[in-house]
Design a protein. Structure first.
Lengths: 417, 114
């Protein structure tokens, strides 16, 4: 019987296991399907990780190594090359590996830290032929940075998410020509610093409110892409077509939390995040099962994944050592121009001084305020000079504000100041 | 007067740098922005990250970075030099694979033990 089984050994799982160990759990297992720990950080060879956490700019592998080193000083066990097939509300974890075959492991608590995966061409339905040469940006990143394959020479990138921007620079450095980065929305989905360092540094044009309307092929490989400007209803405007001769299309069109295990376990899901509904301590609707990192909601910065996952690990330790939290739950609702909140529920009685709340806004804001309402009554407001959908927002809700809510739910909204 | 977007933090302040009057920065919301603006106009630098060929390891490539930021204009020269670098497993974090990259005085080091 394990005190805790952590599903996934990426940044979220590493931080959760470390933190649970620090809080007193002794019998902890991380199950990882890859041949090494670190998850997606292993292929993110660029720098910019750890500015908050370690106050220095690390590359992805360096950031992962910091946490893997910490784990070496603990008694946490790791199963590599092992796939979790099923979990359930009895805290059983069904795993399979070439080495040990099929096993059912029993735990007192579980942390779900499976991360997310990329949306593919099929998910967004790009018209045109179906040739080779269309990759998700993350797959191309793996080919290039780990396996050592150059995926193309003339590249068009669809979507301006951070991975796409990072790959625009990476492909350019390796000698490819990146002809354009094409974004459906009127604003970029990536961090501003990546627009500057990855596109502007290399004179790669960013076409906002544009999309790919046709992909053509020669000899089974991408040969040509047509891009159109979009009207306010996101319909292509005739006559605005841009034509690109290229051999590769990279897609950076969003990430989806990987929750097959979560759904199959009957855990309550949030359609807004595609992740589990969680309480203030990252506990899901099934007592003793916690979730953290990109499997709950997609983060921009790994530093925040680590912090959230440490809370989940600590909460798993509390569950095993002290028992289930019993407080009455307050529901968090997203109001105007807020697309979701994490957590979705807060047991105010169990909150120490304040509860962390994370969310995203639906559009770009200059001087603005985030407001917390209990029905019509304003409970708190927070000023912001700048907000954008590509940048996760965070507020700290003091315990006394949570206690003052009468209606069983509070609403988080954003508006111009 | 030159315009640029500050990349020190996610806020993305629009800076105006007066390149005719001592590189005075306006539009910044913090001192770090002023410093970025001054440097970015006079001598823009970046940390370069890439990979080099690896033999005998779990993967075929070993990730590397410049130890410090290097002038932007030198990035592609360093990439050319890295094309000729090959390392053999085991390598450890911080190990130097290229000294004085493209004459910048900056070393290129391993970022993952493999």
């Amino acid at each position: 019987m394990y005190d805790l089984i952590v599903v996934g050994g990426g940044p979220a799982g590493l931080a959760a296991a470390n933190s649970a160990w620090q809080k007193g759990l002794k019998n902890i297992l991380i199950v990882e399907r890859d041949k090494e720990l670190g998850g997606i950080l292993n292929q993110c060879i660029h720098n910019g990780f750890g500015l908050h956490r370690f106050k220095e700019e690390l590359t992805g592998p360096e950031y992962a190594a910091r946490f893997i080193e910490m784990l070496k000083d603990t008694g946490v066990s790791v199963l590599l090359d092992t796939m979790v097939l099923e979990i359930n509300d009895r805290h059983e974890v069904h795993v399979i590996s070439a080495q040990n075959g099929y096993q059912v492991l029993q735990a007192k608590s579980i942390v779900l830290s499976m991360g997310c995966r990329e949306r593919t061409r099929g998910a967004i339905g790009i018209p045109g032929e179906r040739p080779a040469g269309v990759f998700t940006a993350g797959s191309a990143q793996r080919y290039l940075n780990l396996e050592g394959y150059m995926v193309g020479k003339r590249v068009v990138i669809l979507g301006s998410g951070d991975i796409g921007l990072i790959m625009a620079r990476r492909m350019t450095l390796e000698g490819a020509q990146v002809l354009a980065c094409v974004e459906l929305m009127p604003y970029s989905g990536g961090l501003m610093r990546n627009i500057v360092q990855c596109l502007q540094d290399w004179n790669i044009p960013l076409y906002l409110s544009h999309t790919i309307t046709d992909i053509r092929a020669e000899n089974g490989r991408v040969s040509h892409v047509t891009v159109h400007k979009l009207d306010e209803n996101r319909q292509p405007i005739p006559g605005t077509n841009l034509e690109f001769d290229c051999d590769t299309v990279l897609l950076s069109v969003g990430l989806i939390p990987e929750n097959e295990l979560t759904r199959a376990a009957g855990i309550e899901m949030d359609p807004r995040t595609n992740g589990a509904v969680v309480y203030e301590n990252m506990e899901t609707s099934v007592p003793g099962i916690f979730a953290c990192g990109n499997v709950v909601h997609v983060h921009d910065l790994v530093d925040y994944v680590s912090a959230e996952s440490e809370r989940a690990g600590a909460a798993a330790a509390e569950f095993v050592l002290k028992g289930q939290r019993e407080g009455k739950a307050l529901e968090l609702k997203n109001g105007a121009d807020v697309s979701y909140t994490v957590p979705q529920k807060i047991r105010a009685d169990d909150v120490g001084k304040a509860a962390d709340v994370f969310f995203r806004v639906r559009r770009v804001f200059k001087n603005s305020v985030i407001e917390v309402h209990d029905g019509e009554k304003l409970l708190a407001s927070f000023k912001r000079e700048h907000m954008a959908p590509g940048e996760m927002e965070h507020i700290l809700l003091p315990r006394k504000i949570l206690d003052s809510a009468q209606g069983g739910q509070i609403t988080i909204s954003a508006r111009e100041a | 007067m030159k315009e640029l977007v500050c990349i020190v933090c996610p806020k993305g302040c629009r800076l105006h740098v007066d390149d005719e009057n001592g590189f005075t920065v306006t539009g910044n919301s913090c001192p770090r922005g002023a410093e970025y603006g001054k440097n970015e106009i006079q001598n823009p630098t970046r940390v370069l990250t890439s990979t080099v060929r690896l033999s005998g390891g779990a993967y075929r490539r070993c990730p590397v970075k410049t130890e410090k930021a290097v002038p932007k204009g030198k990035l592609l020269d360093i990439m050319k030099e890295l094309n000729h670098v090959e390392v053999a497993s085991p390598v450890s974090i911080g190990q130097v694979v290229l000294t004085n990259a493209a004459g910048t005085g900056v070393n290129v080091v391993v970022t993952k033990s493999l």
